[in-house]
Unconditional design. Structure first.
Length: 314
C-alpha cells in the first residue's frame, strides 16, 4: 500500500524530521534527487484558486525529473461529472502520485483509498499540511533549529493569531506538536479550533514534549514566542461573509504592537496571499521580522522532499 500525506499527523515525529532533513538537503542541491526521471507524471488537481501551490508543485516535480500534469478542477468537476473513486482509478494507472487542492477532507481521503499511488493534500478546508512542512523548514533555517543532523525544533514556540478554526490553525496544532513545538492559537472563542483536532494535537504533544494552548487573548498567545503566524480572516469560498467576519478578528491583527509581545528576534510567517491592513499590517509584513518569501520558496523544497520520501515507499 502506498503512503499518503493527507494531514500533518500522517508523518510520525521521526518521519517528519526525515522529510525536513531531506528538504534542507534538496534546497542545497536542487537537482540531486531524480525520483521522477523518465519523466513520470504527477497529477496536480486544483479545485480552488492557487498561485503558490501550483507554482511550487509544478516547479518541484519538474526539478525531480518528472512531468507536472495540471488538472483544472472546474473542468474535471471531480465528484460531480465523475465520481472521486472512478477519477482515482483513472489517474492511479497513469501517474506516479496525485496532488489535490480541494474542499472537504473526505474528498481526498476517498481519493487515497482508491488511487493506488501516493496522494498529497495540497490544501483542504480542514488542513494545509504541505504549508506547515514549509513553515517548519523556515523556522529551522531562521530560529536556530539546525543541528549537525538536521532540524531540531523542540522547544521553539509558535503562535497563530486570527481564525483558529481555519485549516492553517489546525495544521499548526498537529504539525507543530509533531515537531515538538510550543503551539499557541489566539482566536475569538467563536472561531476556536475543532475540538477533535486540539485533542489530537495534545495526544501527540504528550509523546513529543510539545505544548498546546488555545486562548482568546492575542497577547497571551504571542507572549515570548519564537514565531508569530497569521492568515487571511476570510477563507476561500467565504468572501460573501467578509464584512461580518472581519470585526471579531480586529484585536488579533498582527501589527507592530502585537509583534512586540514576542521574543526579541521573533520571525513572522504568513502563508499568503496577505491583505495588508487587515490580518497583518504593512509595517510587519514588509518589515525585517517577516520571512514570508523564504516561507513561500520553501513550499517547493519541502514538497520535493515529501514526494521523494513518499515515492521511495510506494
Amino acid at each position: 500500500m502506498p503512503r499518503h500525506f493527507l494531514r500533518d499527523d500522517h508523518l510520525t515525529p521521526a518521519e517528519q524530521r526525515e522529510v525536513l532533513e531531506l528538504a534542507l538537503a534538496i534546497k542545497a542541491d536542487p537537482f540531486g534527487w531524480q525520483p521522477l526521471a523518465g519523466p513520470r507524471a504527477v497529477a496536480i488537481l486544483l479545485d480552488k484558486p492557487t498561485l503558490r501551490t501550483q507554482v511550487s508543485f509544478a516547479a518541484g516535480v519538474a526539478e525531480l525529473g518528472g512531468f507536472p500534469m495540471s488538472v483544472d478542477g472546474n473542468l474535471a468537476r471531480i465528484g460531480v461529472r465523475e465520481s472521486i473513486a472512478d477519477t482515482a482509478r483513472v489517474l492511479g494507472r497513469q501517474v506516479a502520485a496525485i496532488v489535490w487542492r480541494t474542499y472537504d477532507q473526505a474528498r481526498i481521503v476517498e481519493m487515497a483509498d482508491v488511487a493506488g499511488v501516493p496522494v498529497v493534500n495540497a490544501l483542504t478546508d480542514q488542513f494545509h499540511p504541505c504549508q506547515v512542512l514549509a513553515d517548519l523548514q523556515t523556522l529551522a533555517e531562521h530560529c536556530g533549529g539546525l543541528t549537525a543532523t538536521g532540524p531540531a525544533l523542540a522547544g521553539r514556540s509558535l503562535a497563530f493569531v486570527g481564525d483558529g478554526a481555519s485549516n492553517m490553525a489546525h495544521s499548526y496544532l498537529v504539525g507543530g506538536a509533531t515537531a515538538g513545538l510550543d503551539v499557541r492559537i489566539g482566536a475569538p472563542r467563536a472561531f476556536w479550533p475543532d475540538e477533535a483536532v486540539v485533542a489530537r494535537a495534545e495526544e501527540i504533544a504528550a509523546a513529543t514534549g510539545a505544548r498546546v494552548l488555545v486562548t482568546d487573548s492575542a497577547t497571551e498567545a504571542v507572549d515570548g514566542v519564537t514565531a508569530v503566524a497569521t492568515d487571511t480572516w476570510v477563507s476561500m469560498g467565504r468572501e460573501a461573509e467578509a464584512a461580518e467576519r472581519e470585526a471579531p478578528f480586529v484585536p488579533y491583527r498582527l501589527d507592530a504592537d502585537l509583534l512586540g509581545e514576542a521574543a526579541p528576534g521573533a520571525v513572522v510567517l504568513h502563508c499568503l496571499p496577505a491583505y495588508r491592513g487587515k490580518e497583518i499590517s504593512a509595517e510587519v509584513l514588509d518589515g525585517p521580522a517577516a520571512v514570508v518569501w523564504d516561507e513561500a520558496e520553501n513550499r517547493k523544497h519541502a514538497q520535493k522532499a515529501l514526494l521523494t520520501w513518499l515515492l521511495e515507499r510506494a
